[in-house]
Design a protein around this ligand. Structure first.
Ligand SMILES: [Fe+2]
Length: 338
């Protein structure tokens, strides 16, 4: 196992702390104003090859995060197809530092979550949001209900499988190149209402890649110094180029989308009852009833990303299970007695 060079690492940290580019984002203000909350768009940035994203520093960050909570770091095998489910990829959490430092050959895919727990990465994340507020002319920090900075590290030719996210994000390509295949969430031949409803109920792997839909993807070629904005729910998959990649993703939930998630959650139940529920955005008063209904069970101060959009529906499930438990036990007893 290779070891970190602590002397050069300290130098790197000191340099990074005083060397955050200002601005980080060099974007077209018109894109930020017109396309934010709606469509993907690319922008330039000044984080390429920044010392905070050198492999020894990232290995140290991963070890720090694992020390705080093991689940903050996902380290998986990299040679899996687009339609692979996240949970089917073998874990390789042991020797994470070694995997990162040898990422060019270790055939791995890593996700470092909550990197803002390290003050230097937190400073980056907060500067990104402050700049995005200026560019979008939206007071984002008033509306954001969850904010986090992820870092993805992946070996050459690896794929991030087809999926969608419940958050919006700004992705900053730092090292290497990759192709980001994005689909329009509004195209019902790509993404159905039922799939969105299942996703918000908690089935994060409800999407299945359909090869016949590939021609509907918008493919964005990300190189160091380029970034892209992902709107909520646009399905996507990512293919790495011929060198390892590092990218930072600033993800965030906004209040309006948290409320919209509740409408999908209620619609999931209505659909299971055989009804054809009204999608969100069609009727303010129908949406309002659904939002208020789930809101009665939602946590006022969520402590996790999942709780921010699912605490209400998870409590509904708990109550349902609590009510049905005696009935299930009774049925089981009857079956045994026969
Ligand atoms: Fe994603």
């Amino acid at each position: 196992m290779s070891s970190l060079n602590s002397f050069s690492l300290e130098e790197s940290i000191a340099e990074a702390g005083s060397n955050i580019p200002n601005p980080i984002i060099q974007g077209d203000a018109l894109d930020f104003r017109k396309k934010f909350n709606d469509s993907p768009f690319m922008f330039s940035h000044n984080l390429a090859e920044h010392p905070l994203f050198e492999l020894p520093r990232l290995a140290q960050l991963a070890s720090t995060l694992i020390g705080k909570e093991e689940s903050l770091v996902m380290c998986k095998a990299g040679d899996f197809p687009i339609n692979q489910k996240w949970s089917d990829r073998p874990h390789k959490l042991e020797q994470v530092a070694e995997v990162i430092e040898n990422i060019e050959t270790s055939n791995s895919w890593l996700l470092l979550q909550s990197t803002q727990l390290d003050p230097e990465y937190k400073a980056l994340m907060e500067q990104v949001i402050a700049e995005a507020e200026t560019l979008t002319e939206i007071p984002l920090r008033k509306e954001i209900t969850w904010l986090e900075a992820f870092i993805f590290i992946a070996s050459p030719h690896t794929t991030t499988p087809y999926h969608m996210d419940s958050e919006q994000n700004f992705i900053f390509q730092i090292h290497g190149e990759k192709e980001d295949n994005l689909f329009d969430r509004r195209d019902r031949s790509v993404l159905t209402e039922s799939e969105i409803e299942r996703f918000y109920i908690g089935d994060r792997e409800c999407l299945s890649y359909q090869a016949e839909n590939q021609s509907k993807a918008n493919v964005y070629h990300l190189t160091p110094g380029m970034g892209i904005y992902h709107p909520v729910n646009d399905p996507h998959w990512v293919k790495n180029g011929s060198t390892y990649t590092v990218s930072m993703t600033v993800i965030f939930y906004m209040r309006s989308y948290d409320l919209r998630a509740r409408v999908y959650q209620v619609n999931h139940f209505l659909r299971r009852l055989g009804l054809n529920p009204t999608p969100p955005g069609k009727s303010a008063w129908i949406d309002g009833i659904k939002i208020h209904g789930i809101g009665l069970f939602s946590k006022r101060n969520p402590s996790t990303k999942d709780e921010a959009i699912r605490s209400g529906i998870n409590r509904v499930f708990s109550i349902k299970n609590w009510i049905l438990a005696p009935l299930k036990a009774y049925k089981k007893m009857i079956r045994r007695s026969k």
